[in-house]
Design a protein around this ligand. Structure first.
Ligand code: KG4
Ligand code: ZN
Length: 321
């Protein structure tokens, strides 16, 4: 059967969003996401065991009315192990019960794959995922096994924004508020550009975080927040410049931080149509991207299996190769 005729159920539980989506005949026919932000807000970060428990509580509700698909896709990694295990166990139970195949896919690559749902795009292409857990560049010559060519040495972009935001007393997650402040506040405190003299595609955000934390009480918090957002964008732009110089391809930018209108503006201003973004709704965690990436893998000859070992450090591709 052609994958365009398949109905694929996607389940996403890698972090603090529980999401279920159905892609049928190449179109999204169902998608629901429940955020756990309220559960973790008091801690300023995500508690893995609490996240897993909440995923197990809300998945039956999100799956209500979902009928037997041709394939169940789920996030096999990377992510928080208890949260991944919750999604994997529900996905396996459903696939076994319905007697349909199961495919565990990579969450980070799925963020990038989501762009092809909305825009025509052929390989080779570059990918950048900037989210709460990742800041990674990929060289995508084959969607089955994109090559990781850049990563963060410490914090992810969103993680650094959220940590600084917490110290500044902003609501969690702080990324969206800092994004708005970058537009509204015009004063800036200069911050160092990370890895300035390192010729690589890697990131480091923790130095920026420390620099801002040292300035708390020495400058208005809105100015510090706007300066941090700008410095994060500067670092992402500088690294993107290197990648786009090294490879003559387009760059897909996905992940929660790519929902930032400030970052999108800066990237588009400098690189024009060499950068592509998913719509804002598809930038943050969702299950459409999981079902869609599974469809792309099937299109490319990947055979689903029943292997369900989630991998918190999964680098690329799909489970059980
Ligand atoms: O991709 P995502 O939803 O979850 C992970 O896989 O991590 O990304 C969440 C991150 C958080 O750090 C959040 O602060 C950030 O994305 N974020 C934003 C915006 N929306 C979400 N950062 C800047 N501007 C936004 N509009
Ligand atoms: Zn994500």
């Amino acid at each position: 059967m052609l994958s365009d005729e398949l109905t694929l159920l996607g389940i996403e539980t890698s972090c603090d969003e529980t999401a279920v989506a159905v892609v049928s005949n190449g179109e999204v026919v169902y998608s629901k996401t429940i955020s756990q932000v309220d559960l973790h807000a008091a801690f300023g970060g995500v508690l893995p065991e609490a996240a897993a428990r909440r995923h197990l509580e809300v998945l039956p509700y999100l799956l209500e009315g979902v009928e037997e698909p041709d394939l169940v896709a789920f996030t096999a990694g990377p992510g928080l192990l208890p949260a991944l295990l919750a999604g994997a166990s529900v996905a396996t139970g459903l696939a076994k019960g319905w007697n349909v195949p199961l495919l565990g896919v990579n969450h980070v690559v799925a963020h990038l794959a989501a762009v092809t749902l909305e825009q025509r795009l052929s390989e080779p292409v570059l990918g950048l995922v900037v989210s709460g857990g990742h800041s990674s560049f990929y060289l995508i010559e084959d969607w089955r096994q994109p090559a990781l060519i850049g990563w963060t040495y410490d914090d992810a972009a969103g993680e650094a924004l959220d940590k600084v935001g917490r110290a500044l007393g902003l609501s969690y997650p702080a990324g969206p508020v800092m994004d708005q402040l970058a537009w509204r506040v015009h004063e800036r405190i200069p911050l160092p550009l990370p890895l300035k003299s390192e010729d690589s595609f890697n990131f480091s955000f923790s130095g920026l975080k420390t620099a801002v934390l040292r300035l708390i009480n020495k400058a208005p918090r809105e100015v510090l927040a706007a300066s941090m957002m700008e410095a994060v964008a500067d670092h992402i732009l500088e690294r993107s410049r290197r990648v786009l110089k090294a490879y003559p391809y387009k760059l897909i930018v996905g992940g929660g931080v790519s929902a930032s209108s400030y970052l999108r503006h800066r990237l588009s201003q400098e690189f024009g149509d060499r950068v592509l973004f998913p719509s804002v709704g598809l930038s943050t965690d969702n299950a459409i991207m999981i079902a869609w990436y599974a469809k792309m893998l099937i299109d490319r000859g990947v055979r689903p299996s029943f292997c369900v070992t989630p991998d918190p450090d999964m680098e690329t591709g799909y489970a059980c190769e």
